[in-house]
Design a protein around this ligand. Structure first.
Ligand SMILES: [Zn+2]
Ligand SMILES: [Zn+2]
Ligand SMILES: [Zn+2]
Ligand SMILES: [Zn+2]
Length: 803
């Protein structure tokens, strides 16, 4: 999803193969402007037609028929008392309705009724307001106003409730009700009942306490670092030729300490499964939600009641505020491009949003500095730089030789007093590694960006007018000229930067169905963003920090002790617990263009290929001792002559993996008994040729635990989880995030099974590990604390004959 759609990539690949060798060589250049000039002469009208056809395949426009369909389905769910599903279907309906229409107001009004039944009164009130703003029909008003009064009562806002009732009575509709149809008479009865309650209920009610979610926004590093935005005082920025820029600890840092809290400079929600978007509404009638529907397209927070974009059916927000801010800052330009952006992929989308957020002036100043047409002094961006400060004079770290800050040379991205600027200036100077990308990749990116710019060029609003007098020279960016604009150049730069600097924004999502007693959570990639400070962290396959997100804010916690002067390291993905050294090196080289020399890699390389890999090894078929060596593998027991070929073992492993996957599918399809049967057979086979700490062994145990939990067999479930914990600990270590999740599951199982003593001890362990990685405000940590509080109230069960 980061890269363009498969069909577009294949199309560009065909075009690439038809290019004369001279053109292919020309694209090997590392100057972005040259790349764009070449691509510009190669982009044909047929390419644009092809792109348009792909873009038209996405249903991102408002469709009145879909609105009706979803509303009907919502009503059906409502009648079946499936209120949660009903809210989702009404949200879908609202996203297809045009603003200020009866359809829109009805979707909101019906959704408010569903929220009322879910006792989510605040949200219900918001939806009532939305229904009224979009022109709710006069004749239906009494129903809505009565619901409002009931909500206010439920929230203990008695005076407002009384006012709402007075308004309702004065509206005259209620009077008609007394003589009108039976449902209006029922309304009248409810009204008088409510009035009686308002009179009786004299006791002043307390305002509801502010939720924990509110408090969590206040969390930040212990002491703020004035030089590195978002970092704590325990952190300092350094730079040297081999490592580039990096962060070190200026004092001993304890595990669990918050080191960086940074809001994304830019982030774009991943569309998730685009299949639904490409097939129209029929496939989604069941009210299931794609990730793009669960989170706000601006702040990435989970959405309770969707506020749809007024122009498309794709963008959705958590509130009117987010919707308006997104519209002002970027979405008014993006909205008509919905299908094109989905076709070109998230990286192109992030690149476009980055330049829209930065504004014309900042973009053109910086691009012209790199081109050398403007001196860097003139490129200083007034609204980003405090008065009196000058930008440093280096132009592009890719071209200059970065030298250490200590030697007096400025550190790239910093101003003269050494402060790191978290702004467009810094984002612009992240390394694009233009010289390292393949010519074909540059062709793909260049063609995609140019096609996007041409589409923008058809828009009269483009380029968006920035503030300030010099913005009048906006004509320089007009896309109808053959010259690629500064916009295109900046966007190409950002797309290439994203290859190494894109930060996946993740969230834990519950994978099971709603009523499950044990929640299966997995990390999902929610969005792609740029975080200037977090991207200063270098990679290690054995990191000493842990990165997590709340909405679009990233949090870096120390996951182990970091001694003063040590480098602060973060894992880009290839973690020692998940893959062997060869796979990691290959991944890091192809995506990030470097060889890893971290401690884990050095140790593993020193041991040679004969060592048992972290994921677990194989067992001898004859005597069950561990097998060693590369190919063929020999038995570690001296007295045993057995030898097995690697291919044979890998084939056996592949077969087993496939059966475990099938069992997983059976589990998800609620065919638990069959799944257990298959899993037990898999386990017997695994014991034959895999060591007990093999990853697949852990997976089998984890699946078995899940299966028994769904049957309510808590003791069996707990036994399998304990086995799985051992495997996870062997792979990832006792304080890893993976152990945290596994302990959380075990805590839930023990809690449900009332194994009070063990539950309390596991809860405490899980709490400790998870707050190390996610901080004390984390949802799972809070849940554990609630479980503990609940258990402390359970009277200890009678042991002897005293009862
Ligand atoms: Zn939001
Ligand atoms: Zn839109
Ligand atoms: Zn490494
Ligand atoms: Zn043997």
């Amino acid at each position: 999803m980061d890269l363009p759609l498969e069909e577009w990539r294949a199309h560009v690949h065909r075009r690439w193969r038809q290019l004369p060798p001279s053109a292919q060589t020309a694209l090997g250049t590392s100057a972005l402007r040259e790349v764009l000039l070449h691509c510009s002469s190669l982009l044909q009208p047929e390419d644009e037609v092809f792109l348009k056809r792909l873009a038209d395949g996405f249903s991102v426009e408002k469709d009145p028929d879909a609105c009706l369909l979803y509303k009907e389905e919502g009503n059906k769910a409502f009648l079946k008392k499936a209120y949660q599903a009903a809210t989702r279907l009404y949200s879908k309906g609202a996203s297809h309705a045009r603003p200020n229409t009866q359809e829109m107001s009805l979707c909101f009004a019906n959704r408010s009724a569903a929220f009322f039944h879910l006792a989510q009164y605040e949200t219900c009130l918001e939806d009532i307001g939305r229904a009224q703003r979009h022109g709710y029909p006069e004749r239906l008003q009494p129903k809505l106003m009565l619901r409002k009064a009931e909500c206010l009562m439920a929230l203990g806002r008695r005076q407002e409730a009384a006012l709402a009732i007075r308004d309702l009575e004065q509206s005259g509709a209620a009077q008609q009700a007394s003589t009108g149809a039976p449902d209006l008479q029922a309304l009248q009865r409810r009204l008088s009942h409510l009035k009686a309650r308002v009179r009786e209920d004299k006791a002043p009610t307390e305002a509801p306490p502010l939720g924990a979610a509110h408090a969590s926004e206040e969390v930040g590093p212990r002491a703020k670092n004035e030089r590195i935005p978002g970092a704590s005082l325990s952190v300092s920025l350094c730079s040297d030729p081999s490592r580039g820029r990096y962060l070190i600890a200026t004092e001993d840092v304890l595990p669990g300490e918050l080191l960086v809290k940074e809001e994304a400079f830019v982030s774009v929600l991943n569309p998730g499964e685009t299949v639904g978007l490409r097939c129209g509404p029929e496939v989604q009638q069941d009210g299931r939600v794609a990730p793009g529907d669960r989170h706000c397209h601006r702040c990435l927070k989970p959405i309770v009641a969707t506020v749809p974009c007024q122009g498309c059916s794709y963008a959705k927000y958590c509130s009117e505020q987010c919707q308006q801010l997104a519209w002002e800052h970027y979405h008014r330009m993006e909205c008509p491009l919905g299908g094109t952006l989905l076709t070109l992929g998230v990286f192109c989308h992030v690149a476009l949003r980055t330049v829209l957020l930065a504004g014309l002036q900042a973009v053109s100043n910086l691009v012209k500095t790199v081109q050398g047409t403007v001196s860097s002094e003139a490129a200083s961006v007034p609204d980003e730089q405090p008065p009196g400060q000058k930008l440093n004079t280096w132009a592009d770290p890719a071209e200059s030789n970065p030298r250490g800050g200590a030697s007096g040379a400025p550190i790239p991205g910093c101003d003269r007093d050494g402060s790191y600027q978290s702004s467009y200036y810094t984002v612009f100077h992240l390394l694009p590694h233009t010289e390292k990308h393949s010519p074909e990749h540059k062709f793909l990116c260049g063609l995609s960006i140019l096609a996007l710019c041409r589409k923008l060029g058809d828009d009269d609003d483009w380029p968006p007018q920035a503030q300030g007098p010099s913005a009048q020279e906006a004509a320089l960016a007009t896309e109808r000229t053959p010259e690629p604009s500064v916009w295109a150049e900046a966007m190409l730069r950002h797309v290439l930067q994203l290859h190494c600097n894109a930060q996946g924004v993740t969230a834990l999502q519950e994978a099971g169905s709603e009523g499950d007693l044990v929640t299966e959570r997995r990390q999902v990639r929610l969005a792609t963003g740029l975080f200037p400070t977090i991207s200063l962290l270098n990679h290690s396959c054995r990191p000493n920090t842990s990165l997590s997100f709340r909405g679009s804010v990233g949090f870096v916690y120390a996951s182990r002790l970091i001694a003063r002067g040590q480098e602060i390291l973060h894992c880009y993905g290839p973690h020692e617990g998940r893959m062997d050294v060869a796979t990691r090196q290959q991944k890091l080289r192809s995506q990030y263009f470097f060889d890893c020399h971290c401690q884990a890699c050095q140790e593993e390389e020193a041991h040679g290929a004969g060592a048992t890999p972290k994921q677990g090894g194989f067992r001898c078929p004859t005597c069950k001792a561990t097998l060693q060596g590369l190919d063929p593998l020999g038995c570690s027991s001296r007295s045993c002559p057995a030898q097995v070929s690697r291919a044979h073992l890998l084939g056996q492993l592949g077969d087993l993996q496939q059966r475990v996957e099938t069992a997983g599918e059976l589990l998800r399809g609620d065919r638990t008994a069959l799944a257990i049967q298959l899993l037990l057979a898999c386990r017997r086979e695994a014991e034959d040729f895999l060591t007990s700490e093999h990853v697949l062994m852990g997976e089998i145990e984890d699946h078995l635990a899940q299966a028994y939990a769904s049957l309510g067999d808590w003791p069996r479930s707990a036994a399998h989880l304990r086995n799985s914990l051992q495997v996870v600990e062997a792979q990832h270590g006792p304080a890893s995030v993976e152990i945290g999740h596994e302990l959380f599951k075990l805590a839930q199982v023990l809690f449900n099974g009332f194994a009070v003593t063990e539950a309390v001890s596991v809860i405490e362990k899980a709490e400790k590990v998870l707050s190390l990685h996610f901080g004390p405000e984390n949802e799972q940590v809070q849940e554990l604390q609630q479980m503990k509080a609940c258990l402390s109230e359970v009277p200890s069960l009678p042991v002897g004959p005293t009862a």
